[in-house]
Design a protein around this ligand. Structure first.
Ligand code: UDX
Length: 436
């Protein structure tokens, strides 16, 4: 069976390489010529552990290829996966222009039956809209398409693992024929007893938003608990651990920090709120989650101001620019807000991130902040270090060296990666989140 995957971002590239690894013939297409050229030369345009090897292996076996010729790819495929971007518009609604463009292309060129599988996160109702666009614009009434909503739940930094061993696969469709074809594609996952949820289009679309909104709620919840802990001298670590041992709550997504970022949570929860308003069924909890998350970034700056009160140093080191470890992605990263505020206050920023710097330079060019190739060079002569991402390499810094090279040994650890007592005993002025 030939499969086309349209869009070679995180979702499309991982899905394309993953499906090829299932033994299928996959062609990944994108209109971005540079990206396709890079991929043809074995270069992955972003950092994602394990992806390069997966792509290389499947290209070598002839099951995976890359092209900008979307027409030809679609003509030769029975199944077309949509993995194009669905960015947020200013008003919080989702911009579906790429989805529309691909749907029109499909309509114009198909001459036999196709199954369209939507992997992009799209608002409830979009899959039915895609079918309408294709049905209204196709060349002949003898040609038919079926749509399957198949939301993707992969996490950046663990995307390959999440695709190959997902917690669940969600398939929504009105067509038994299309469902049978897509189930067949995912047959290797049946062997590892993955749970499949088969439902209608709208429910499948909603599952993705409900899942992300719930996870974001957990994070904002624990961040509020952490803020309260600071008032009562409590310890959020102990609260989270004890809560997490209750099987009904679970231990994951209870790490307090500078607030969530990334390409999914901020965008998806805004879209859910927007859908709620449209259907006059407001998502009040999720509305609060957005407010709390915005407030959490501001807290980083408040905590910094408190630490630096009366201190005349202007140099600040920021360790961690990506929105979380193991990714080069800096979209909606807390570092963007924090650095912008510190620049407004007149601080000089030195920063380091293992993978996020090339992308970050597009937001903050080198004439605004200084980039270094290791954490120690970034820390040298600064009066405060702010840890914003919990990369493993920040967990084991040589603290004696750090103390010796900083102008003042002040650390604001927004990911709670160090032990407060140990650092204070070493002579650091240390603050973290929700811990005494
Ligand atoms: C998320 C979902 O997990 C995934 O299922 C969906 O498909 C896309 O969105 P991702 O954005 O890659 O994945 O990152 P994730 O690991 O979920 O983290 C999101 C954000 O929450 C990060 O900014 C992270 O730092 C933050 N976070 C996560 C916390 O602050 N505390 C936690 O306990 C967990």
């Amino acid at each position: 069976m030939n499969i086309t995957v349209v869009g070679t971002g995180y979702v499309g590239l991982v899905a394309g390489a993953g499906l090829a690894d299932f033994g299928l013939n996959v062609i990944c297409v994108d209109k971005d010529v540079t990206k396709i050229e890079l991929l043809k030369n074995g270069v992955i345009p972003f950092y994602e552990p394990g992806l390069k090897e997966l792509v290389e292996r499947n290209v070598r076996f002839g099951r995976l290829s890359f092209s900008t010729d979307i027409q030809k790819a679609i003509k030769n495929s029975l199944v077309i996966f949509l993995a194009v971007g669905t960015p947020s518009r200013e008003d919080g609604n989702v911009d579906l222009s790429f989805v529309k463009e691909v749907s029109m292309t499909i309509a114009e060129i198909i001459d036999d039956y196709k199954v369209i599988v939507t992997k992009s996160t799209v608002p409830v109702g979009t899959n039915r809209w895609i079918k309408t666009i294709i049905d209204e614009n196709k060349k002949s009434n003898d040609i038919s398409v079926d749509i399957v909503s198949n939301p993707e739940f992969l996490r950046e930094g663990a995307a390959v693992e999440d695709f190959m061993r997902p917690d669940r696969v969600v398939l929504g469709s009105d067509s038994q024929k299309a469902l049978a074809i897509v189930k067949d594609i995912y047959r290797p996952l049946y062997l590892i007893e993955t749970s499949f949820i088969v439902t209608d289009l709208e429910t499948a679309e909603l599952i993705k938003y409900a899942s992300n909104a719930f996870l974001a709620t957990k994070i904002s919840f624990i961040n509020e608990i952490a803020n309260f802990c600071e008032k009562i001298n409590g310890n959020v670590h102990h609260v989270a651990r004890a809560m997490g041992l209750d099987g009904r709550i679970g231990p994951k997504f209870l790490h307090a920090g500078p607030g969530f970022g990334g390409s999914c949570f901020p965008k998806d929860i805004k879209a859910l709120v927007s859908m709620g308003k449209e259907h006059e069924s407001p998502f009040q909890i999720v509305e609060s989650v957005i407010r709390i998350n915005d407030g959490q970034r501001k807290r980083v700056v408040e905590k910094f101001d408190k630490l630096m009160d009366g201190i005349d140093g202007k140099g600040v080191a920021v360790l961690g620019l990506s929105f979380k470890p193991n990714t080069s992605d800096t979209r909606e990263a807390p570092a963007i807000y924090v650095i912008e505020e510190l620049l407004k206050k007149g601080y000089d920023i030195s920063c380091y991130d293992p993978e996020g710097m090339p992308e970050f330079k597009r937001i903050f060019p080198e004439d605004r902040i200084k980039y270094f190739n290791d954490p120690y060079s970034a820390l040298k002569d600064t009066s405060c270090a702010i840890i914003l991402t919990e990369w493993n390499e920040f967990r084991n810094l040589d603290l004696n060296k750090v103390k010796a090279i900083m102008k003042r040994p002040i650390i604001l650890d927004m990911r709670n990666i160090y032990n407060p007592q140990t650092l204070r005993a070493m002579g650091f002025v240390y603050d973290s989140i929700g811990r005494p």
